[in-house]
Design a protein around this ligand. Structure first.
Ligand code: KDO
Length: 329
C-alpha cells in the first residue's frame, strides 16, 4: 500500500512535467546554476535533478550539471559555493561536518533508520535547526534531503564476513573525510581515503580490498565487475542534500523561490522513490552477475558501530539529548 502511494505520487509529479514550458526568458537572461558532483550521469540523483528540477525552473534558471567531479573535486564543492565559485552541489552530512562539527551526528552509522526517518527528521524543528547552521556559517541553502540508499560492504575478496571481527585487516576504501574514516574503523576495517572517481580502478588493481556504497551506486558505477561479494550490513541509511548558494537564492523573487523549492521537493521525492524501489530489486541483479549477496550478523555490526560513535570525540559536538530526539521520531 505504501509502495503504491509512493508510486502514485511519482507518476503525478512526472505527469505535471509535461505541462512545464521550456521557458520564456532568453538563455542569456536566466540565472545560471552550475551543479558539480562526483556522481555519474545515469545516477538516479543526476537523472532526477535533470528531468524534474531543471525542467521546473527552466523559465528563469539555466541548470548546468557537471558529473564525475570534472568541475570540482569531491568534497571541495561546499567551500566553492561558500566562496561564490559554484552555485549548486549534491552534498552530504560528512562534507558539512568537516565545516560544522555538530553535523557529524548524521554521519553516525545505524542512527537514521531509512528514508521515512530521514524525512521525519529533516521536516521537523531538528531539520530547521541544522539547516540554519549551514545558512549562517556557510551561506549555503539546503533545499532539502534525498535518500541515497543503505550502504553495504562490497569486497573483491571472497572470505565470508559475518561480524566486525571478520573485517580485521580489510583495506576498505571510505570517502576522504574524518567522519567516513571513523565509520570504516567502526565497521572493524582498515579504512583508507580515496575519491569516488578512483574506486573502480583501485578495486580492479587490488589497491584496495573493498568499498561501501548503496546498491544503486554499485550498479551505476559497475563495481560488480571488479568485486566478489556484497555483505548487507546496511550500516548507514545514506542521504544527500541539494545545496544552493544563499546569494543566488536571495536574488530570486518570492515567486521564483517558491517554484524552485517545489522543483527541488519534487525532484528529491522522485529520486528517493526511484532509489528505494531499485534497492529492492538489485540483490538479484548482483547474484546474476556472479556475486555472493548475503546478510551478516547485523546486530553485531550495529552494536559495535553505535557504541564507538557514542564514545567518540564526535559525540562531544552533538547538541545535548539530540540522539534520543532523533531516535524517538
Ligand atoms: C562515495 O564517495 O562513496 C559517495 O557515495 C559518498 C556520498 O556522500 C556522495 O558524495 C557520493 O559518493 C557521490 O555523490 C557519488 O555518487
Amino acid at each position: 500500500m505504501i509502495v503504491f502511494t509512493k508510486i502514485k505520487k511519482l507518476l503525478m509529479i512526472l505527469s505535471c512535467l509535461v505541462l512545464v514550458g521550456n521557458g520564456h526568458a532568453n538563455a542569456a537572461d536566466k540565472i545560471v546554476l552550475r551543479m558539480s558532483t562526483p556522481a555519474v550521469k545515469i545516477d538516479k540523483r543526476s537523472q532526477g535533478l535533470q528531468n524534474v528540477f531543471a525542467a521546473k525552473v527552466s523559465k528563469f534558471a539555466d541548470y548546468q550539471p557537471h558529473y564525475n567531479a570534472t568541475m570540482f573535486k569531491q568534497g571541495t564543492e561546499l567551500p566553492a559555493i561558500a566562496r561564490g565559485n559554484l552555485e549548486m552541489s549534491i552534498t552530504s552530512s560528512q562534507e558539512i561536518a568537516k565545516l560544522i562539527p555538530a553535523w557529524s551526528i548524521f554521519t553516525a552509522g545505524y542512527l537514521l533508520r531509512d528514508w521515512d526517518h530521514q524525512q521525519k527528521v529533516f521536516k521537523s524543528s531538528i531539520g530547521q535547526q541544522f539547516y540554519k547552521m549551514v545558512e549562517d556559517k556557510l551561506g549555503v541553502k539546503l533545499l532539502g534531503v534525498m535518500y541515497h540508499g543503505k550502504r553495504h560492504l562490497n569486497l573483491r575478496t571472497s572470505k565470508k564476513v559475518m561480524t566486525p571481527a571478520d573485517m580485521a585487516g580489510v583495506k576498505l576504501r571510505m570517502p576522504g573525510t574524518d567522519a567516513w574514516q571513523f565509520l570504516g574503523k567502526a565497521l572493524g576495517a582498515n579504512p583508507t581515503p580515496m575519491a569516488f572517481t578512483e574506486v573502480y580502478t583501485a578495486l580492479q588493481t587490488g589497491a584496495i580490498d573493498g568499498q561501501d556504497n548503496p546498491l544503486p551506486t554499485d550498479k551505476d558505477k559497475k563495481f560488480y565487475e571488479v568485486t566478489k561479494q556484497i555483505i548487507l550490513t546496511g550500516h548507514l541509511a545514506d542521504m544527500n542534500f541539494l545545496a544552493l548558494s544563499q546569494k543566488v537564492w536571495d536574488k530570486l523573487n518570492p515567486e521564483q523561490q517558491s517554484i524552485m523549492q517545489d522543483a527541488a521537493d519534487d525532484a528529491m521525492q522522485v529520486i528517493s522513490i526511484n532509489i528505494e524501489s531499485n534497492e529492492a530489486i538489485l540483490e538479484d541483479f548482483f547474484r546474476q552477475k556472479g556475486l555472493k549477496v548475503y546478510t551478516p550478523n547485523v546486530e553485531a555490526f550495529r552494536k559495535r558501530v553505535l557504541d564507538m560513535y557514542l564514545k567518540s570525540d564526535f559525540s562531544g559536538d552533538w547538541p545535548k539529548g539530540m540522539v534520543e530526539k532523533i531516535s524517538a521520531l
